[in-house]
Design a protein around this ligand. Structure first.
Ligand SMILES: C[S@@+](CC[C@H](N)C(=O)[O-])C[C@H]1O[C@@H](n2cnc3c(N)ncnc32)[C@H](O)[C@@H]1O
Length: 197
């Protein structure tokens, strides 16, 4: 079973406005991993559960073509509006049914989205579409982090802790107590000869 949220237009528009992008540093780590496992050319990357496309944009300079896929038309509408690179396209589809040929994709990435998918069906599907030595990337962040901002870091972290504690009872049970556990489970289940946490 997968969970569908992110459907409202207002939600998608706030998501575009406030969503923090993955860092360039993280993207270059991904590229280093890909380069050490697979030779060029890098023709196709797929950003599954791309949302409003912040991560898709970051992948675009490294591949001939990048396709962002998502199940939410509202998110894709925002992504399209901000697609600033001619090699990006977007497709509406479930993560568990990717519209790509077997062995056709160099990199399958999912940024802060895998936890909403049907995990085993998505992992099988990613495996099907990847080229030999292609790379699967599952990114996420956890709430167990320290923020730093000028001289108010301590106050900021205290506010965040209070805020997360207040929201905790409303957490979607699908995610379990911590999405870190869920990612560790997926990582441990993967039988690839080379993998990196
Ligand atoms: C938390 S957002 C992450 C968006 C983007 N990757 C980012 O990092 O900003 C999760 C996205 O996954 C999408 N999603 C959830 N379940 C999905 C599924 N089964 N198939 C495709 N997309 C899905 C949602 O519509 C949403 O846009």
């Amino acid at each position: 079973m997968a969970v569908r949220l992110f459907e409202g237009k207002e939600h998608a528009s706030s998501y575009w406005k406030y969503r923090i992008s993955p860092s360039e540093e993280l993207i270059s780590k991904i590229m280093q991993f890909l380069m050490s496992n697979k030779e060029q050319p890098y023709e196709l990357a797929v950003d599954v559960g791309c949302g409003s496309g912040q991560g898709t944009l970051l992948l675009a300079p490294h591949f001939a073509h990048v396709v962002g896929t998502d199940i939410s038309p509202a998110q894709l509408e925002m992504a399209l509006k901000h697609a600033s690179s001619p090699n990006i396209t977007y497709r509406e589809c479930p993560a568990e049914e990717l519209p790509f040929e077997d062995g056709s994709v160099d990199l399958v990435a999912s940024m802060s989205a895998f936890h909403w998918f049907d995990h085993s069906r998505f992992l099988q599907e990613a495996h099907r579409v990847l080229k030999p030595h292609g790379c699967l990337v599952l990114l996420n962040y956890t709430l167990d982090m320290e923020l730093s901002y000028g001289d108010c870091s301590e106050a900021l972290n205290n506010i965040c802790k209070e805020y997360y504690a207040a929201l905790f009872p409303y957490r979607n049970p699908y995610l379990g107590r911590s999405s870190l556990d869920l990612y560790k489970q997926a990582y441990n289940s993967l039988q690839y000869p080379v993998k990196e946490w």
